[in-house]
Ligand binder design. Structure first.
Ligand code: GCV
Length: 666
């Protein structure tokens, strides 16, 4: 395989130390006839040879005597939790214990990670079990090869309405397994055109092959489903979920699908959202739609993941009562408990749409008797298009650590989606992925920290953003400790910097319509999307208190109270919840308007700092990678400058209040 065609991301495996022996592999209760185990050994061989120079001996070959032979012992231990592992190194070798195949695979990747990060083989040690049952990547790939909100080239799954399967497919599965991903939705939630036919004979053979490649790395294949399939591919005139003939059509269809794709995990559904069809068209509820599909797929062990991104996208900006932020809770909360066991509601982290700063969706934990899954976005739609550096793991940590107050203890979002709160077994985390067929997979090489990070965090929500960043850096690059520290600090600073030069204090948007890169302060202000900042000559912000849209009251009392009062509202969310005058004094002792000016000047300056820091790593980063990233920093600087100037000028002109420091504002 010509690996030059694409990078190996964090599985590049630079030399960690010079080994002094070789390896053999022994089994207790597992065997290499099991394909996931065989892949685990393939990974061990590939990794250990690159990391230490130590070969893995073919089985039956006895080279003992020529050199020291250590043994990788793969042992079935039923007391290890599902998908978990126990690894322990000694002078004799390394023991991997797991109760099923995926645990072995994850254990082997953990061994390689620990060695890559500085341990010797005899020092390897960890017991782990996944925090979340489901750890999924959602691709928004279209079958013509384009990717909705893709910033890394075209799809590597689809081209010209065909499914692509090649060496890259396997590498993709390897990368995902190495960070603990166990489910992948390959097609866009907006299911149109050829994608509607993924559940027909046209694509079954290729999908079956793909599902096997995934399965061999412990990953389930999922598909996004067109709710209107009975009409679009079934020739019916309705897709009413309570219509008997519609249900019968689905029964036949799902039976056919599972006969051909027995490894399919289930379906992801975007219904009644942004023009997509759904149960509302027939006066039915979201639960009616999700449960009908759930009931049909149940016999095959499949699940339905139903998205909660349902809102009115034909709003009038003059209407100050309708609030898009309220929509998810308003549509789904009353149906809590009505969803069947194999249905999961997938909820975006915030109530709007993946902005750089939003409160946590009140639906997470607001639901108390429903399987829930957290959806985040590592495709940088609103966070810099994988041009601007934006390491998102700190944002995801904030969401996971958020106390919903849904119960005493066990009330964080991490508790809710992992199943700890309700004691349920279906739930987890999904990310809209940031990959494409670019040579480096993620456009910006540094954006791979988010791909790696999401996987690691979804497997272990206790890891810190810094720990994850350090692992990714060490596995990807070969840097001195000082350089690693610098790159780590760049990643950790990046989200706040991006936030500083874009929209202030949680208000969001202000982006160029449609493409969502670059500033346009009023770009979404007078449009139909429900995305308003409500700036006038006196102040800015949306009143979402009990005197405004009432959104703050969707939280449990502790949070509702906190957000409702501008004095207790966390300042970074002030404008999300309150309309306040430019002259309002902030905790920093600055007025709001001065904060807007200062943060934009600082953000632009700090972005320049990031670019300078990258420049200082020039001699230690492979030149192709260095240049690719440098180009992106050049673009980021233009972007930051434009944001700074447009935002500052807009508010200067609106408010008529000058910058105290007399800097250039247009
Ligand atoms: C896939 C936002 C994006 C859309 C996306 C949608 C969704 O509106 O801009 O591209 O559609 O979210 O999450 O369904």
């Amino acid at each position: 395989m010509d690996t030059k065609k694409w990078t190996q991301l964090w599985l590049e495996y630079h030399k960690a130390y010079d080994g002094d022996g070789a390896w053999s592999v022994a089994f207790e209760g597992f065997s290499d006839n099991q394909v996931v185990i065989a892949n685990a050994i393939y990974e061990f061989r590939r990794g250990i040879e690159a990391l230490t120079g130590e070969m893995v001996l073919e089985s039956g070959r006895d080279d003992a005597g020529k050199c020291k032979v250590r043994t990788l012992t793969i042992c079935n231990n039923q007391s290890v939790p599902a998908e978990g592992y126990h690894i322990e190194g000694s002078e004799k070798g390394i023991l991997v214990e797991a109760s099923e195949e995926r645990g072995v695979l994850y254990g082997v990747f953990a061994i390689l990670r620990q060695i890559a990060c500085g341990r010797k083989s005899f020092e390897v040690k960890e017991s782990a079990a996944p925090s979340n049952p489901l750890r999924m990547m959602n691709h928004w790939d279209n079958m013509d090869g384009s990717i909705e909100r893709g910033y890394s080239g075209e799809s590597f799954f689809f081209e010209k309405d065909q499914i692509i399967i090649n060496d890259r497919t396997r590498d993709y599965a390897r990368f995902m397994a190495s960070v603990g991903i166990n489910g992948v939705v390959i097609n866009n939630v907006n299911v149109k055109a050829a994608a509607s036919y993924l559940i027909t004979d046209r694509y079954f053979d290729q999908l079956a092959r793909l599902s096997e490649i995934f399965n061999d790395y412990g990953i389930r294949l999922y598909l996004s489903l067109n709710f209107a399939s009975p009409i679009e591919i079934g020739g019916m005139d309705t897709c009413d979920p309570l219509d008997k003939e519609v249900k019968a059509w689905w029964e036949g269809k799902i039976k056919e699908v599972y006969e051909r794709l027995p490894l399919l995990g289930g379906f992801l559904v975007k219904a009644d959202s942004e023009g997509r069809p759904g149960p509302f068209t027939y006066g039915r509820t979201q639960a009616d739609g999700a449960n009908m599909l759930g009931d049909v797929i149940k016999a095959y062990g499949g699940i339905i993941i139903w998205r909660c991104f349902v809102y009115n996208c034909t709003q009038d900006w003059r209407d100050t009562k309708t609030d898009r932020a309220r929509a998810g809770y308003d549509y789904f909360k009353d149906l809590d408990g009505a969803y069947h066991d194999n249905v999961i509601l997938q909820i975006k982290n915030g109530p709007m749409d993946f902005q750089i700063r939003e409160p946590v969706s009140p639906l997470l934990g607001g639901l108390k008797r429903t399987n829930q899954m957290l959806e985040v976005q590592i495709a940088q739609e609103y966070t810099g298009h994988q041009i601007d550096l934006c390491y998102l793991i700190p944002l995801f940590k904030e969401v996971l650590d958020f106390h919903t107050h849904c119960c005493e203890g066990k009330d964080t979002v991490a508790d809710v989606v992992s199943g700890r709160t309700m004691g349920n077994t279906l739930g987890g985390m999904a990310a809209v992925i940031n990959t494409g067929n670019d040579i480096n997979w993620t456009g910006d090489d540094l954006a791979a920290a988010n791909t790696y990070g999401f996987g690691r965090l979804s497997y272990n929500t206790d890891l810190s953003a810094e720990e994850i960043a350090r692992e990714w850096i060490t596995m990807t690059f070969k840097l001195s400790k000082k350089e690693e520290d610098l790159l780590c600090s760049m990643l950790l600073r990046s989200r706040e910097i991006y936030e500083k030069y874009t929209s202030p204090l949680g208000i969001g948007w202000m982006v160029t319509p449609n493409d969502h890169y670059g500033p346009s302060v009023d770009g979404y202000e007078y449009s139909r999307w429900g995305t308003y900042h409500r700036a006038d000559h006196l102040g800015i912000g949306v009143d979402r208190t009990d005197k405004g849209t009432g959104y703050a009251q969707q939280y449990y009392p502790e949070n509702a109270k906190l957000y409702n009062d501008p004095d207790s509202c966390p300042e970074e969310l002030l404008l999300f919840f309150h309309h306040v005058p430019y002259t309002r004094m902030l905790k920093s002792g600055k007025t709001l308007i001065q904060h807007i000016y200062d943060s934009h000047f600082e953000g632009e300056e700090e972005a320049r700092g990031l670019a300078r820091d990258w420049e200082s790593l020039k001699d230690s980063i492979p030149s192709e990678t260095f240049d690719r990233v440098k180009e992106r920093f050049d673009l980021q600087l233009n972007n930051a400058r434009e944001w700074r100037d447009q935002v500052n000028s807009y508010f200067f002109r609106k408010s008529g209040i000058a910058d105290e420091k007399g800097r250039t504002i247009y």
